[in-house]
Ligand binder design. Structure first.
Ligand SMILES: [Zn+2]
Ligand SMILES: [Zn+2]
Length: 147
């Protein structure tokens, strides 16, 4: 997805603009953590540089300490708890957008599906999308997959 993007939470109290800038391609994650956090089958992520995100409205933070020791924060609307983006302490300066909050979310087509080994059995991965049993290990592998 190119150009400036906009989106917001379900109640409308939070709106955002993601300026054209450093951005990876969207991917879907079928890991158990994403399922538990979203209450759904998978989540759609897109890495971006935090300096490109302009937020209007009040956010609050949910935190989760990953088994690795990394702190994962999810930022969402204070009023409706719609989740907007996540941050990880191992990747300062970058965030991971929850792509379903985009106004043009219909245009989001994940280029890769991660943690396919824990996907819900009824989910069919579209032809042509990359599939990984787990997730890339190194920054170089991430770059190759969604960069
Ligand atoms: Zn809201
Ligand atoms: Zn996940």
């Amino acid at each position: 997805m190119m150009g400036e993007l906009s989106g917001g939470c379900v109640c409308g109290a939070v709106r955002y603009t993601l300026k054209e800038g450093f951005r990876f391609k969207p991917y879907a994650c079928h890991c158990k953590d994403c399922q538990s956090r979203t209450g759904s089958a998978f989540s759609e992520h897109m890495f971006f540089a935090k300096q490109d995100l302009l937020i209007e409205g009040e956010l609050d933070e949910g935190t989760y300490l990953q088994p690795s020791g990394a702190k994962s924060s999810i930022w969402g609307c204070k009023r409706c708890k719609g989740r907007i983006f996540a941050e990880n302490s191992t990747r300062p300066g970058f965030g991971s957008l929850r792509c379903g909050t985009l106004d043009r979310s219909r245009e989001v087509i994940p280029v890769a599906h991660l943690w396919v080994r824990s996907k819900q059995p009824w989910v069919q991965i579209p032809d042509g999308a990359r599939q990984l049993d787990e997730q890339p290990e190194s920054p170089e592998e991430w770059m190759k997959l969604v960069g």
